[in-house]
Write a protein that binds this ligand. Structure first.
Ligand code: HEM
Length: 424
């Protein structure tokens, strides 16, 4: 962890423990006295909110698993019958978990866009970003496996569509794709074996995520936080101890987030759900329209926008793998978009593009709006998504004339005295 330790053990026990396992020292240095930039805003509270959501999902998930039956003949009833109607407060645990997944993704998207806007992926924070991308991929896999478990129509057909993507490999090596798909299924279709392994993986992955989050926060504590100005901390006048300043700020916004979350759980628990999932899985009846959960829609739109299956899959993979290269695709010396007039506009266009792709992903593939086929809008959206990272990011970094960045974090707040190095 950055800086030297300020921990002084006060009791005989803490002295004894400190010499053997300095865990209190580590917690103190990381979460109490840790020097944190004094200008972190609201958008910096989402890391804490995400940590909270991870715990909520694990705790509610473990309780659900006590009553859930991973069997193709019994799963639907164990959720809709037993958990929702018989288990005490089972409905509450289930609605917290299902809406919690949406809240978790909402928070992670805000967290990622915050990182993009303030250039938090740039040196020396590349590893924090890359670990974040791994967390995001693990979250997508976990959510996909979890959505299959209630064994409704959308669970079954969603699983069928996504696992069948592997069969596109047949176009390169005949039969290999089908063999991989059947191996994943554990049979010749999505069935009991598939449900069992998806349940097992859905239980496992959150703990893998927890491990990677540990590394993510560890990597964060080496250089310390970036900040909305994107400039380095110059000295103690630029920072505040994490506790009580940011513990209180994080707690306040966490409370607001929980109220927002509770509004869905108690007043609109099916807002994010799909009515088709209230019908038990039926391999003989395909729903008219198969749609994933909202947080996967932009990627679904990219996949569907290309009629050639293999190329569609490759574009989907590319859209995710691209995220790993962002630290090197951005050639600008300035981190924060606050001082990057061109990048700021392209960033907001990118955010709008993701919303547009999400919208296209939610509509039928042949839908037309205002005379425009959505398929074409999705294609333009996909092109912009990839061009934003691979063309615009490197180019704008070279061409753009950034605004002058402040000399220090403290200067705009406390004037020149503290910027000169005098302690505030
Ligand atoms: C379970 C999911 C995650 C958890 C619990 C988590 C946790 C945190 C925490 C506690 C912080 C410090 C506070 C803050 O800056 O908000 C942080 C910072 C950061 N996270 Fe995450 N994170 C998660 C996912 C992600 C993802 C998916 C990405 C990007 C792909 C990411 C990228 C970053 C970056 C770049 C920072 C440094 C921000 C800065 O200093 O400006 N994180 N994360």
């Amino acid at each position: 962890m950055a800086g030297h330790s300020t921990y002084v053990p006060r009791t005989a026990f803490s002295r004894w423990l400190d010499e053997r396992l300095p865990i209190i020292r580590m917690m103190n240095d990381s979460f109490t006295t840790f020097p944190t930039p004094r200008n972190l805003n609201f958008w910096y509270t989402f890391g804490g909110i995400l940590t909270f959501m991870l715990v909520v999902q694990i705790v509610t998930g473990i309780v659900l698993a006590m009553h859930y039956v991973p069997n193709a003949g019994l799963a639907f009833n164990s959720v809709e019958g037993r958990i929702m109607r018989e288990v005490n407060y089972g409905w509450l645990i289930r609605y917290i978990h299902s809406n919690g997944a949406s809240m978790f993704f909402l928070a992670v998207y805000i967290h990622m866009f915050r990182g993009l806007y303030y250039g938090s992926y740039k040196a020396p924070r590349e590893v924090i970003w890359i670990l974040g991308v791994f967390i995001y991929l693990l979250m997508m896999a976990t959510a996909f496996f979890g959505y299959v478990l209630p064994w409704g129509q959308m669970s079954f057909w969603g699983a069928t569509v996504i696992t069948s993507l592997f069969s596109a490999i047949d176009q390169v090596v005949p039969h290999l794709g089908t063999a991989i798909t059947q191996w994943l299924w554990g049979g010749f279709a999505v069935d009991d074996a598939t449900l069992n392994r998806f349940f097992s993986l859905h239980y496992l992955l959150p703990f893998v995520i927890t491990g990677v989050v540990g590394l993510h926060v560890w990597a964060l504590h080496v250089p310390g936080n970036n900040n909305p100005l994107g400039i380095d901390v110059k000295g103690p006048q630029d920072t505040l101890p994490f506790h009580p300043y940011y513990t209180v700020k994080d707690a306040f916004y966490l409370a607001l987030f929980v109220i927002f979350f509770a509004a869905f759980v108690f007043y609109a628990p099916n807002f994010f759900g799909n009515p088709d999932n209230y019908t038990q899985a039926n391999p003989l009846v395909t729903p008219t329209d198969i749609v994933p959960e909202w947080y996967l829609l932009p990627f679904y739109a990219m996949l569907r926008s290309i009629p050639q299956k293999l190329i569609g899959v490759l574009v989907l993979v590319a859209s995710l793998v691209t995220l790993l290269f962002i630290p090197w695709l951005d050639t600008s010396k300035v981190r924060s978009c606050r001082f990057r007039p061109m990048m700021k506009q392209l960033f907001w266009l990118f955010a709008a593009d993701c919303v547009l792709l999400g919208y296209c992903g939610a509509q039928t593939v042949d839908a037309v709006r205002f005379g425009i086929p959505l398929l074409w809008l999705a294609r333009i959206g996909t092109a912009y998504y990839l061009a934003f990272f691979w063309v615009l990011m490197p180019l704008v970094g070279w061409l753009e004339r950034p605004k002058k960045v402040p000399d220090s974090i403290a200067k705009p707040v406390t004037g020149n005295k503290s910027a000169a190095g005098v302690k505030a």
